[in-house]
Design a protein around this ligand. Sequence first.
Ligand SMILES: NC(=O)C1=CN([C@@H]2O[C@H](COP(=O)(O)OP(=O)(O)OC[C@H]3O[C@@H](n4cnc5c(N)ncnc54)[C@H](OP(=O)(O)O)[C@@H]3O)[C@@H](O)[C@H]2O)C=CC1
Ligand SMILES: O=C(O)C1=N[C@H](C(=O)O)C[C@H](O)C1
Length: 262
Amino acid sequence: MSESKIRVIVAGFRGSMGTASCQTILNDERFELTGVFDPHAALTDGNDTHLPSQVVVATTEDELPEADVWLDFTTPTVVEHNVEVALRQGLFPLVGTSGLTTAQIKALQALAASAHLGGLIVPNFGLSAVLLTQFAKQAARYFPNAEIIEMHHADKRDAPSGTAVATAHAIAAGRQQQPDLDHTESSVDGVRGGIVDNVPIHAVRLPGYLAHEQVLFGGTGEALTIRQDTYDRESFMVGVKLALSKVTTLTELKVGLEQVLD
Ligand SMILES: NC(=O)C1=CN([C@@H]2O[C@H](COP(=O)(O)OP(=O)(O)OC[C@H]3O[C@@H](n4cnc5c(N)ncnc54)[C@H](OP(=O)(O)O)[C@@H]3O)[C@@H](O)[C@H]2O)C=CC1
Ligand SMILES: O=C(O)C1=N[C@H](C(=O)O)C[C@H](O)C1
C-alpha cells in the first residue's frame, strides 16, 4: 500500500454519487484518484469526464491502475461482481452501492478473508441515517411493532433502499419479542409494504425528494416516530471521507459506517 496518499479507484464515476465522490477525492490531499471504472464509458462519445488527465478511465479490469481502495457507487446488479474484481486486484473495497443480500455479503466476506483484505460495506454514509438505525434498534427492544417508510428521489433504481433493509435488520436484532401478527385482509397488492425481518417497508419515489427515512413504532396507547432527512449529497461525503481514511486499516470486510466512527 502507498506510504503517503490513499490511492482510490471510483466505480460508477459518472453517476450522482460517483461524480460527487471523484470531486471529494480530488479536493482532499489525503487521497489520490488514480482511476475510475465503468464498462459503459467506452460507449460514450469523447469520454467527457471532466477529470484530470492523469486519472485512468478504465472500462475493463485489465485497464485498472494501481490503487489501495475500490470505492463502489454502481448498481445492485453489478456490485457483487465489482467487489470480487476489487478483491482479486488486492484492493480494499468500500461499498456504497445498495442491494447486496446477506448471502452475497457472506460470500464476499469469505473472499476477503481468503485474500487477507478488509473492507467496508456502508448502507448509508450519512450520520443522521447511521444514528436513526442505532436509535431504531434501541426502540425495538420496547416497541417490537414497527414499520419503515423510506422516501427517495424518482431516479433511484432500486427498492427498498439499502438503508431501510439495514434498519429492518437492526430492528430485528433489537427486538426482545416478535411483533403482533398482521391480520389485515388487503384488497390491493402490496398495500401493506414489503416485509424484511418481519418489518413492513413502504418505498416512496417522488421528484423533489432526495433520501429520507421514517420508522414508526406502535405500543399500548402510544407511538414513537424516528425520522431522518438528507437534503444534500454533501452529507454523504463526510462519511465517504471518513471511511476512505480508515478502510485500509480494517482486517475484515465489515458492514456499517459505525465500524469506523469514533
Ligand atoms: N451508501 C450511501 O450512503 C449511498 C448509497 N447510494 C447508492 O449508491 C448507488 C449509486 O447511486 P447513484 O450514484 O445515485 O446512482 P446512479 O444511477 O446515478 O449511478 C450509478 C452509476 O453506475 C454506473 N455503472 C453501471 N454498471 C457499472 C459497472 N459494472 N461498473 C461501474 N459502473 C457501473 C452507471 O453507468 P451507466 O448509466 O452507464 O449504466 C451509473 O453511472 C445506488 O445503489 C444507491 O442506492 C446512493 C447514495 C448514498
Ligand atoms: O439511492 C440513493 O439516493 C440512496 N441510496 C442508499 C440506500 O439505498 O439506502 C442510501 C441513501 O438512502 C441514498
